[in-house]
Design a protein around this ligand. Structure first.
Ligand code: PLP
Length: 388
């Protein structure tokens, strides 16, 4: 039987040779492959600094720490995201709040954000120290408006761009940090490029970069200028802060650099998949994903909404029947506040109504660069059989 996952990495012989070369070298970690990968991504995105990490979750944690998020502070994010966008705040001892999504883009709603900011200012409730927009499915958020609100309300912006390397907004590549303080990418195999596990934090701010660099390696420095005492000798280092081991290995990094050679091809292949779905799925009781002017998605996910009032079958039945055909559709995302750890904090189960409606109807169809036309036609035909 066919088995078509909703996402899949694209690894070729060049990637494999590059990894083997590192395995034969002197450096499996803390070697030259890290800086090369960081330069490749920073150059591609036109950002000043890039810092590779062992995954995006650790990069989000470092980003929050660099901005100074701590106990008593609040981070606001979208409920339509993976749990890590919120966990990073809790990891800093801060709290999290959620702003409902836009019904068209499924990204954070700028209107809801503005309203919540205004209300909190009027009532004297806490304003966020960080707002974390998530470019859901690879479609950039309305960064211009979010930046304007940050100028007015004084919060920092950390972009969770785990889905969105290769996307563009107003002709700025996501990761350029043109509208934000720090941007984070994920290189999990389901994402646009992969290192197996891996992440990266990009910024144009030297201080944020230096802080993240220190905390990526235990808070330890070997730079005499940063030390509080005098060096005991060439072996000497000082731990200046509580840091972590959030490094990426050279084995992972070289895979990332090799993948960066094909990122633009991946985006084109994904766009072709999107165009084929858009043409093949019209006239069915499903709502296709929307695009908007000034934003070019990286097309990490292709999410349709089953019009549950119009279609003859439930979303559960739709998914089950596709699974029975080997088409492993998925659902992104369970609104984060529904998770038990947030319910225990007092978030009601229906906290964000638009995210709730969306969650009832969303289905992620298979999309990845190597999805063949034949496979895709099979997916489209199967969906038609299920719905007509
Ligand atoms: C994948 C993902 C993460 C976490 O990435 P890891 O590299 O697995 O830590 C965070 N946020 C979003 C939106 C993601 O999709």
């Amino acid at each position: 039987m066919k088995h078509i996952p909703y996402a899949h990495q694209s690894v070729n012989e060049e990637d494999i040779s590059a990894v083997i070369e590192v395995l034969r070298s002197d450096w499996l970690t803390q070697g030259p492959a890290i800086g090369k990968f960081e330069s490749a991504v920073a150059g591609y995105c036109d950002a000043e600094y890039a810092l590779a990490t062992c995954n995006a979750t650790s990069a989000l944690h470092l980003a929050c720490l660099a901005v100074g998020l701590g106990p008593g502070d609040v981070l606001w994010t979208s409920p339509n995201t993976f749990v890590a966008s919120a966990s990073c705040a809790i990891m800093c001892g801060a709290s999290v709040d959620f702003v409902d999504i836009d019904p068209e883009t499924f990204n954070i709603s700028v209107d809801a954000l503005e309203e919540k900011l205004e209300e909190n200012r009027k009532s004297g409730e806490k304003l966020p120290k960080i707002v974390m927009p998530v470019h859901f499915a690879g479609l950039p958020c309305d960064m211009d408006s979010i930046k304007q609100l940050s100028d007015e309300y004084g919060f920092k912006i950390i972009e969770d761009a785990s889905h969105a390397i290769g996307s563009e907004y107003n002709n700025h590549k996501t990761g350029s940090c043109y509208y934000s303080d720090i941007t984070v990418f994920s290189f999990h195999p389901a994402k646009i490029i992969t290192t197996g596990e891996g992440g990266m934090a990009l910024t144009n701010n030297r201080n944020f970069h230096d802080r993240m660099l220190l905390l990526r390696t235990h808070g330890i420095t070997r730079n005499e200028n940063e030390m509080t005492g005098t060096s005991h000798g060439p072996w000497y280092y000082e731990q200046l802060a509580l840091g972590y081991n959030y490094r990426l290995s050279d084995i992972h990094a070289v895979l990332g650099t090799s993948q960066m050679n094909r990122i633009d091809d991946y985006i084109v292949q994904r766009r072709n998949v999107v165009n084929t779905y858009n043409a093949g799925l019209i006239d069915l009781p499903i709502k296709l994903p929307s695009q908007y002017e000034n934003a070019e998605s990286s097309h990490h996910l292709y999410v349709v909404r089953l019009k549950t009032g119009v279609a003859d079958i439930s979303r559960m039945e739709f998914i089950t029947r596709l699974h029975n055909n080997g088409i492993m559709v998925n659902v992104h995302y369970i609104p984060v506040y529904k998770q038990p750890i947030y319910r225990q904090l007092g978030f009601p189960d229906d906290y964000c109504p638009t995210a709730e409606d969306y969650y009832q109807e969303a289905v992620s169809l298979p999309i990845f660069p190597d999805l063949s036309r034949e496979m895709q036609d099979y997916v489209i035909d199967s969906i038609k059989k299920v719905l007509i």
